[in-house]
Design a protein around this ligand. Structure first.
Ligand code: SF4
Ligand code: SF4
Length: 184
């Protein structure tokens, strides 16, 4: 029959030689390959003591951002939810009241903001869609959980610590990944 490709190989069906019947040369060859791996760099890392550096384009857990005065940047415009192909984002908007200018940057803010991490595919479209630099994907993994409800992150879980009142926690959470707003 005509072969479809030229990848087929002829099988050698000649009788085994004496040394092949002993199997010792093949075993020695196999052991030599195994032994050679002792001197190679180990690909495994001792997690969690050691961690592997992430790629610059790694996209992890979402963070809701604040401005330099600690005010929430999100204005509940809904663009991230519209851009999300997995329909993972839901929110409820509320109007900022007098005296709340130090809490919310815009006149409208997200009273409720949720992301369902079981739906999310970490595509980053929500970050790209946001006109206020209010959401970005960090270098943090979503931790494991035993129930589905634990993967629905609410606003308090997503919100970055306040850079004014919780400076240390903010810097740790930001980890150099917060994009500086372009239009300010
Ligand atoms: S990363 Fe993608 S899938 Fe996840 S919430 Fe954002 S837009 Fe939706
Ligand atoms: S995170 Fe950005 S895009 Fe999403 S509702 Fe808030 S301001 Fe709008």
């Amino acid at each position: 029959m005509q072969p479809l490709t030229n990848r087929s190989k002829q099988v050698d069906r000649s009788p085994m030689t004496f040394s092949e019947k002993l199997y010792l040369p093949s075993i020695a060859k196999g052991m030599a390959i195994t032994f050679s791996h002792l001197f190679k760099k180990r690909p495994t890392i001792q997690y969690p003591e050691q961690t592997r550096p992430f790629s610059q384009v790694f996209r992890g857990l979402h963070v809701l951002n604040r401005d330099e005065e600690g005010r929430e940047r999100c204005t509940a415009c809904g663009l991230c939810a519209v851009a999300c192909p997995a329909e993972a984002i839901t929110m409820e908007a509320a109007e900022r009241q007098d005296g709340e200018e130090n809490l919310y940057r815009e006149e409208k803010y997200a009273a409720k903001y949720e992301i369902n991490m079981l739906r999310c595919i970490f595509c980053g479209l929500c970050e790209e869609a946001c006109p206020k630099d209010a959401i970005y994907l960090s270098e943090t993994f979503a931790p494991a959980n035993f129930n589905r409800q634990g993967f629905i992150y609410n606003k308090q879980e997503l919100l970055i610590p306040n850079p004014v009142t919780e400076k240390e926690a903010y810097e740790k959470a930001a980890g150099g990944r917060v994009r500086k707003p372009v239009n300010e």
